[in-house]
Design a protein around this ligand. Structure first.
Ligand SMILES: Nc1ncnc2c1ncn2[C@@H]1O[C@H](COP(=O)(O)OP(=O)(O)OP(=O)(O)O)[C@@H](O)[C@H]1O
Ligand SMILES: [Mg+2]
Length: 569
């Protein structure tokens, strides 16, 4: 709730105008029945002189309704103006927050669920802000005004009219308590459903390849049905709301007509007062109506708000140090001191890793699959923090360097290449959007990507599809090498960067990379040992530990882990 008020605060001026308009709407709402009371009074009194007054009152009555409807239109418009802007701000905030989360956050969650939070949950709050907040204010003011008028007309009848109110309120409150969990479940299932569709669309080829269409459809139908059941269940609870309010109005009117009618017959209550009384009762119960109307939105809104807050309040595992040291261009000396790491607290992926890479030096990491090579690279880019020990860059603990500064100094080709649904050119200059056309082409040439780019229908302007689906594996890899080359950072990390290209192309790219590595600190991870021949030092990782280390010549001459790997290669 605090979150909502925080995001509504910037719009207080418009909200103030809306509130003032609400006052007008409320006042005219109160005036309507009052004028009808006057008309009934005139008619009851009879007499020839009343026709003129009747005219004025009817004109007044019409005016009241015109002003009221104009006011209501204004409230509608501006409350939505505020509401949509608040939603936009929340959406932007949650999106900005996501940018600060480390991979741990994303690997623990489904991307479809995160998408739902950003796009859908934020919008669920719109009706809460636009309708519910103002609905409550209007209802409250209206109820207050009516109470004053009713007491003025007849305190006894007022007591009677109000008698069912507390009972109705209690019943509504009790029903409402069951609605909230139902809406929570509904929102979560919506998130799960989006996540499932996203997963299935991404893996459609595998679904078809493994003949899993029916099974996956069945899985979807299961969840989809569960969602429908939750939605129906929530509405079922809410369907109890209306009869409660209607019943209360009926009871109240009945009591008033019974007792007030007798009073009128006895001449204790003018007939116009009785008419006005009945008209006001319906309006008096309107707050309950708007509570009922708003309840659904509010409950859904709270469920959404909880999911939004989960993101906004999440503390990323890897965060910028307060007042962290500024690092412009690093020399590139990387030192790992007795580093241990596990993705979960009880897991050990790397342990006791100590190594030094002098500025401008090159280190190759080899080892069986799952040995922890990519994990080590991820630690150097500080996607995760070490569990114990430390990693330093130019003598600074990574945790003391501003993240943006650290990342600016690292060019990395990741094992799983990710490209964006943009043009070839924009993908290459992703890390340097201001790079010139020439720079882009030079990088593409070095990565041996120029040939295939030229053969694409629109060259550098070709859109490559989501995740680069319109490219081959080797083409994607070469684009990501070009991107890393263009970024021109002093530290270069290549994780199986050329694993998907043919040996000839690999040799050519290798030449370009050798050139690039000359002035840079480089970490190369490769299964094909031919690609690491020139590294200053090779570290053999085995089950998260350093099993051997030395130059290519050293290791080749020894009978050890390395010879086992080269045998396998
Ligand atoms: N996000 C993660 N959460 C939990 N465990 C993980 C995660 N990523 C990797 N692991 C585990 O950490 C270990 C090391 O993985 P890593 O990716 O570093 O291996 P690798 O040496 O790069 O292997 P490969 O040669 O196959 O790329 C593996 O056992 C893997 O299951
Ligand atoms: Mg790996």
């Amino acid at each position: 709730m605090c979150t909502l008020f925080f995001y509504m605060k910037p719009y207080w001026r418009v909200m103030l105008v809306v509130l003032l308009t609400i006052l007008i709407v409320t006042a005219t709402g109160l005036l309507g029945p009052w004028l009808i009371r006057a008309i009934v009074g005139l008619i009851a009194d009879g007499g020839p002189g009343q026709a003129g007054s009747l005219l004025w009152i009817s004109v007044g009555l019409a005016m009241v309704y015109v002003v009221r409807s104009l006011g209501a239109a204004g409230v509608f418009h501006y409350s939505h103006v505020v509401a949509f802007q608040v939603c936009r701000d929340l959406r932007d905030a949650i999106h900005a927050r996501l940018q600060t989360f480390s991979p741990a956050y994303f690997s623990a969650r489904q991307s479809g669920d995160i998408v739902t939070r950003v796009v859908k949950d934020t919008l669920t709050l719109e009706p809460v802000i636009a309708d519910a907040v103002y609905g409550f204010v209007t209802s409250f003011l209206l109820a207050l005004g009516i109470m004053v008028i009713l007491i003025y007309l007849s305190p006894v009848l007022t007591l009677l009219a109000l008698a069912p109110l507390p009972i109705a309120a209690i019943v509504l409150w009790r029903l409402g308590r069951h609605v909230q969990p139902a809406f929570d479940r509904e929102s979560n299932e919506e998130g799960e459903l989006s996540a499932m569709v996203q997963d299935q669309v991404g893996g459609m080829r595998d679904i078809q390849l493994f003949n899993r269409e029916a099974a996956e459809t069945h899985r979807f139908i299961g969840l989809s049905g569960a969602l429908a059941r939750s939605q129906i269940r929530a509405r079922q609870i809410m369907s109890g709301f209306d009869p409660v309010v209607e019943g209360a109005i009926g009871l109240s009117t009945g009591l008033v007509v019974l007792v007030g009618g007798r009073m009128a017959l006895a001449g204790d209550l003018p007939v116009e007062d009785l008419v006005a009384f009945i008209l006001y009762i319906v309006t008096l119960y309107q707050p309950l109506y708007s509570v009922v109307d708003a309840a659904e939105n509010v409950q859904r809104g709270f469920a959404a708000l909880r999911r939004i807050n989960e993101v906004l309040e999440y503390e990323p595992e890897v965060a910028d140090p307060p007042g962290g040291s500024v690092l412009s261009r690093a020399h590139g000396e990387i030192v790992l001191e007795d580093v241990c790491f596990g993705f979960q607290p009880d897991q050990t992926v790397l342990s006791g890793i100590s190594l030094e890479i002098p500025a401008g030096g090159s280190l190759a990491l080899v080892g069986h699959t799952g040995a922890g090579k990519s994990t080590l690279a991820a630690l150097i880019a500080r996607f995760y923090d070490v569990s114990t020990g430390r990693i330093t860059l130019d003598g600074h603990d990574l945790r003391d360097i501003r993240l943006s500064d650290l990342r600016r100094n690292i060019s990395m080709v990741q094992q799983d290449v990710f490209l964006f649904n943009a043009s070839v050119r924009d993908n290459i200059r992703f890390g340097r959007p201001d790079a010139s056309e020439d720079d882009v082409m030079v990088a593409a040439r070095a990565a041996r990507a120029d040939e295939f780019i030229d053969s694409l229908p629109e060259g550098y302007d070709t859109m490559i599809g989501e995740r680069g689906v319109r490219l081959s594996g080797g083409q994607k890899q070469r684009l990501s090498i070009a991107r890393a080359i263009l970024k021109d950072a002093p530290i270069l990390i290549l994780d199986e960067a050329t694993a998907a290209v043919d040996p000839n192309t690999e040799t050519l790219i290798q030449k370009a990379l050798d050139e690039l590595m000359r002035h840079r600190t480089t970490v190369i991870i490769a299964h094909r040992l031919s690609t690491i021949r020139k590294a200053d030092r090779i570290v053999v990782l085995k089950e998260g530990r350093i099993a051997d280390t030395g130059t290519f010549a050293d290791l080749s001459s020894r009978q050890g882990e390395f010879s086992l790997l080269s045998g396998a290669a």
